[in-house]
Design a protein around this ligand. Structure first.
Ligand code: ADP
Length: 496
């Protein structure tokens, strides 16, 4: 019986490969960074060759490093930066141009037009998404227009895909043109209710169906890795966008289970089961995954300035030299003394959605110093996440029993304790913090039959530390009230 599962985690700044044992231990991992391209202000691109090469190198290096035999690899799972858009020739594989990265704002005006024309509700209803330039749909339209290739796309000569599709086409035998339901769900072209590309939206954006990939389950047979890569045709049996894989890797399989990833930004997802919940608080309705043809849905919200707030303390204010210093400094004082930092540097997302709010440091007195500001920055990450959690609870009517956490800033024990205190919900950090990669490996293991059931995959998840809420209710209410007041002061500040 082959012993290992491999996750390929194709991210925004690097491509990773992580080798797991079926009980979730990391055997080896490799990371390959690749260049970012910013051809104009607000534009972000990746060279498709960099994506492919860095991913293949990471895979080969991880296998070499681990010393395992390719014959011992049971299956491979893919997870990826979402929404980034590729368009390539079905014969040669050559892309028409660089990939347009999710962060790229070049189609903002197109989206503004769609909203001005009154399509926001239709898009929201069908895709669960709030129309935005993030999503692939307008990026693909831009490519078809700019490269003047719509007729070729109509004739089926071109393939559109997100990173998962692009990698499958280039790395699997027989070049399948596929995507999984979680990735499809981020294109703004996919109807999450009937699980098919939506003809009305395709018409709206003038996108030919002939260039779209086939939508497959997140776990199940997808194809075989080209033997040219590792010398053996290894089954690829799992595929999901990064946040969805992380929800799966956190074993958030039950309705109301939720996770928060504390990276540069924070991404919070709550499993809402077979029911797509429409948010009244500006959250996205998204796929959790699709297994055995059965869709599971989630609510998703993000904090723009998560760990990035700590980078700001380090790089701009020069208050610290390493992110990890913040924990001891925050603990060295009993509180911020009423100081709040609202890191609305680029506006605020859900549940406020105010692009004109700006960073606000408020409540300072003569005694306010470095430690108070640093602590306020950490607390701000937790307050913003708490606001998202409240929105999810209001929308879904479900109160989670705990919050499962991962990502770089989840290493900060002060932040995790404060998160538990301010939400009054235990915060649980697992042993394996690489939950995105673990999720992809678990999906692959499920798809390959290494695990016989969802429950067996969930058993792989192991808690490490639990942060139990300790703050009394009166303090909690006061603190949150102060935060709300601070947010109110930050709103609608930039000129527009
Ligand atoms: P990403 O995947 O978005 O690049 P990571 O999960 O690697 O992010 O996390 C990096 C972020 O976490 C950085 O913004 C960094 O400032 C923050 N971070 C890392 N360690 C700590 C820490 N101990 N305390 C607070 N923030 C931290």
């Amino acid at each position: 019986m082959p012993k290992y599962l491999i996750a390929l985690d194709q991210g925004t700044t690097s491509s990773r490969a992580v080798i797991f044992t079926p009980d979730g231990q990391v055997t080896a991992s490799c990371n390959r960074e690749f260049p970012q391209h910013y051809p104009k202000p607000g534009w972000v691109e990746h060279d498709p060759r960099d994506i492919l090469e860095s991913q293949v190198e990471a895979l080969k290096d991880a296998v070499r490093l681990s010393g395992i035999d390719a014959a011992d690899i049971a299956a491979i799972g893919l997870t990826n930066q979402r929404e980034t858009t590729f368009l390539w020739d079905r014969q040669t594989g050559e892309c028409v141009g660089n990939a347009i990265v999710w962060q790229c704002r070049r189609t903002s005006q197109m989206v503004d037009q769609l909203k001005a024309d009154g399509y926001a509700d239709l898009i929201r209803e069908k895709t669960g998404l709030v129309p935005d330039a993030y999503f692939s749909g307008t990026k693909l339209k831009w490519m078809l227009d700019y490269y003047n290739v719509r007729d070729r796309a109509e004739r089926g000569e071109l393939c559109f895909g997100t990173v998962d599709s692009f990698l499958c086409w280039h790395l699997l035998e027989g070049r399948p043109h596929v995507t999984d339901a979680t990735n499809a769900g981020r294109t703004m072209l996919f109807n999450i209710h009937n699980q098919d590309w939506d003809d009305d939206l395709l018409k709206l954006l003038d996108i030919p169906r002939a260039c779209l990939p086939k939508v497959v389950d997140s776990a199940g047979p997808i194809g075989l890795l080209d033997p040219a890569v590792l010398g053996r045709a290894i089954p690829v049996t799992g595929m999901a966008g990064d946040q969805h894989a992380s929800l799966f890797g956190q074993a958030c399989l039950g309705v109301g289970d939720m996770k928060n990833t504390y990276g540069t930004g924070c991404f919070m997802l709550m499993n809402t089961g077979d029911r797509p919940v429409r948010s009244e608080n500006g959250l996205l309705t998204t796929m959790a995954w699709r297994i055995g043809g059965k869709p599971t849905y989630a609510l998703e919200g993000s904090v723009f300035m998560g760990g990035a707030t700590i980078q700001w303390l380090r790089d701009e204010l020069k208050l610290i030299t390493h992110a990890s210093e913040t924990e001891g400094i925050a603990r060295s004082i009993a509180g911020t003394g009423g100081v709040y930092l609202v890191p609305a540097f680029t506006g605020l997302g859900a549940p406020y959605w105010d692009m004109y709010s700006r960073g606000t440091l408020i409540g300072m007195t003569r005694g306010t110093g470095r430690a108070q500001i640093i602590r306020a920055a950490l607390e701000a990450i937790a307050y913003q996440s708490a606001d998202l959690m409240d929105a999810m609870i209001r929308d879904s009517g479900k109160s989670p029993a705990r919050l499962q956490v991962d990502g770089g800033a989840s290493a900060n024990g002060f932040l995790m304790q404060f998160q538990a205190d301010i939400t009054d919900i235990p915060v649980v950090r697992p042993v394996v913090l690489e939950t995105t990669a673990l999720g992809a490996a678990l999906l692959a293991g499920l798809g390959a039959g290494v695990y016989g059931s969802l429950e067996e995959t969930a058993a792989v998840w192991k808690p490490d530390l639990t942060f139990t809420p300790k703050m009394d209710e009166v303090t909690r209410r006061l603190q949150r009230k102060g935060w709300q007041k601070a947010v109110a002061r930050s709103l609608d500040f930039a000129e527009h």
